[in-house]
Design a protein around this ligand. Sequence first.
Ligand code: FE2
Length: 213
Amino acid sequence: MERFILLILVFVGSFLAAVNCTPPSETWTCETTTNYPQAVCEVPSCTFAIKSHIRNEYDAAFTYMYMASYFAQDTIDRPGLAKFLFEAASEERGHAIQMLDYLNLRGIKLDGLDYNFNSSWIPADLTYQTALEKAINMEITVTDLIYNVVTSCGIDYHAADVFTNPILDEQHDGVRKLQGAYRTYLDMKTGQGASGMAFAEYVFDRKLLSGEI
Ligand SMILES: [Fe+2]
């Protein structure tokens, strides 16, 4: 009988602990309030890492959008690359929204989000090859930065899991596809020799537009 009562006390105790959101360790913060909705536990370093990283997603989105607009101009006219870059911009914007949604899911206040786009890196004479290289470098950098977020969220299993899959999975998939496309681009260009490079680029772009690459 005593054992039974003890079990009930342990059960009720653990239930109350969950409801009151007792921090699993001193690294966690937890607002103890009777107001509703109540704040759920969070790891401040993880929250900071996520909020900071959203800026990188916005930067990538704006950079892709800028490059897409550049190649969509009638003076450049590379609709394949423009379409690819506009889609990549939507994807990055989608990642930022996904992360904002995640903070909202966890009941984390969306304050301190102040993002400005920095376009100083974009050269005036952007070439097809430079744009592809920029895209690859940007994706690899963002992938590395997401690993930092996962590290910062290490003890917050839920956040670490969300940022590992699907987010990291998509990043690696994106990097792989871009690297492959870049390889194809170089092969087509060098295969045509100096005089046929512009034509090779045109053909590559049509393949990108049709979804063949
Ligand atoms: Fe992204």
